[in-house]
Design a protein around this ligand. Structure first.
Ligand code: COA
Length: 376
């Protein structure tokens, strides 16, 4: 094979096969292991979806109970990590904190070089259980508050609220949070998942692959967009200013956060479900202003550019209405995507070949090296 066509950004390139999820832009659909994501969001809890991504089937009641028990057992952080979180600078972005926490856990794990299926699944389960504890502990430390220990009698979503705020909000709010985690859990060969597969392909370890994935997710063109969406809504400020704001931004050729997608061209399959829950939160909290601004921005963007919102567009304001600081939005995405990343890391490990593409050289022609003396 000697095709030197460059596909900038690997646009349209099939890099491997996967059994984890299928993105079908032509029918605006996304399935995890064959199940439409919007149905999973409406009928399952996040723990069921995590089980599905790792085991290929939805759990029965007994299997779910067992799975929940094993996750809850791992929620506590090692004392060394808690000490280290207390030393993180309080100006650090929480994505850097969670990346450092995951790296710390990998460093402390004596099984670091073991990547057999059972060990990788156990490492993934540990990260699934502990990433929320890292994010919440870091949040509390940055605010100068006491760290709140996880509780074993709370669900994954409830426990996160408890560790951040010391209380669990209404069922409706917890449900909206759980739905967001399900929608964020997995999405094919996106930039962070692909990063995790590249790292895994060198036979590096699971935690290292997740550290790389978090680093990729942090960027505003990927997961970081959910934070930028909220900054944008705040910048717009009022529904009456939204249209004008968008027209000016487009004239200035600004990138509008929360819009566009490499794969979806006619809308993101996850948006209608997330929007429904975000709008519900607006009603619940009596803050409908963000929905009004968002609707006007969306209408103007679609009319002017035919570019549709992606999941980050409704997820950003939803997290804001739940009471989270804006810089926690992308770390929450990590809490969800750890499930998809680890499913891909395990899949890559089971059928591995190092990922190593080519590039077309455009630099100077080959030339002679002259000695330093001759160059001066
Ligand atoms: N705001 C303004 N213009 C946008 C845009 C956006 N959010 N998304 C795409 N476009 C424009 C591009 O600038 C490009 O215009 P051009 O042909 O004049 O250069 C055109 O639409 C086609 O872009 P496309 O090829 O679809 O973009 P991509 O595949 O390279 O990038 C994203 C995809 C997601 C990175 C891009 O849409 C983006 O930056 N979105 C904002 C960040 C975001 O929300 N990221 C989360 C993704 S889930």
């Amino acid at each position: 094979m000697n095709d030197m066509t460059v596909r900038k950004g690997l646009d349209g390139v099939y890099a491997d096969e996967t059994e984890v999820s299928k993105v079908m832009p032509e029918i605006n659909s996304l399935t995890y292991k064959g199940y439409p994501v919007q149905d999973l969001a409406e009928k399952c809890c996040f723990e069921e979806v995590a089980y599905l991504l790792w085991n290929g089937e939805l759990p029965n009641e007994g299997q779910l109970e067992e799975f929940k028990k094993s996750e809850r057992k791992y929620r506590e952080l090692p004392e060394d990590l808690i000490k280290s979180i207390k030393l993180y600078p309080n100006y650090a972005h929480p994505m850097d904190s969670v990346r450092t926490g995951v790296s710390f856990l990998g460093m402390e794990d004596r099984r670091v070089w073991d990547s057999d299926n059972a060990t990788n699944r156990d490492k993934a389960l540990q990260l699934f259980a502990r990433i929320p504890t890292i994010i919440a502990a870091d949040y509390r430390c940055r605010k100068g508050l006491e760290i709140i220990a996880p509780k074993k009698d709370l669900s994954f979503a409830e426990n996160f609220f408890h560790m951040c705020f010391g209380e669990v909000p209404s069922e409706e709010m917890v449900r909206a949070f759980d739905v967001s985690l399900i929608l964020y859990a997995e999405h094919g060969f996106n930039a962070s998942t692909f990063t995790s597969r590249v790292i895994t392909s060198t036979m590096s370890d699971l935690n290292s692959a997740v550290v790389g994935a978090i680093s990729a997710l942090k960027g505003p063109l990927h997961g970081g967009a959910n934070e930028q969406v909220m900054h944008m809504l705040e910048e717009v400020g009022e529904p009456s200013k939204a249209k004008e704001w968008m027209l000016t931004a487009l004239k200035e050729k600004r990138k509008i956060m929360g819009f566009g997608h490499r794969v979806y061209r006619k809308g993101d399959s996850r948006v209608p479900t997330m929007k429904k829950y975000a709008d519900g939160l607006g009603e619940l909290t009596g803050q409908t202003k963000w929905k009004e601004i968002a609707d006007e921005l969306e209408k103007t963007m679609v009319d002017e550019k035919n570019i549709y919102p992606n999941l980050d567009f409704p997820a950003g304001p939803a997290y804001y209405l739940m009471g989270f600081d804006i810089d926690m939005f992308t770390p929450i995405f990590v809490m969800a995507r750890i499930t998809g990343w680890s499913a891909h890391i395990i899949e890559q490990t089971e059928n591995n070949r190092i990922i190593r593409p080519l590039c077309v050289y455009k630099g100077p022609k080959e030339r002679k090296v002259t000695a330093l003396k001759e160059r001066s």
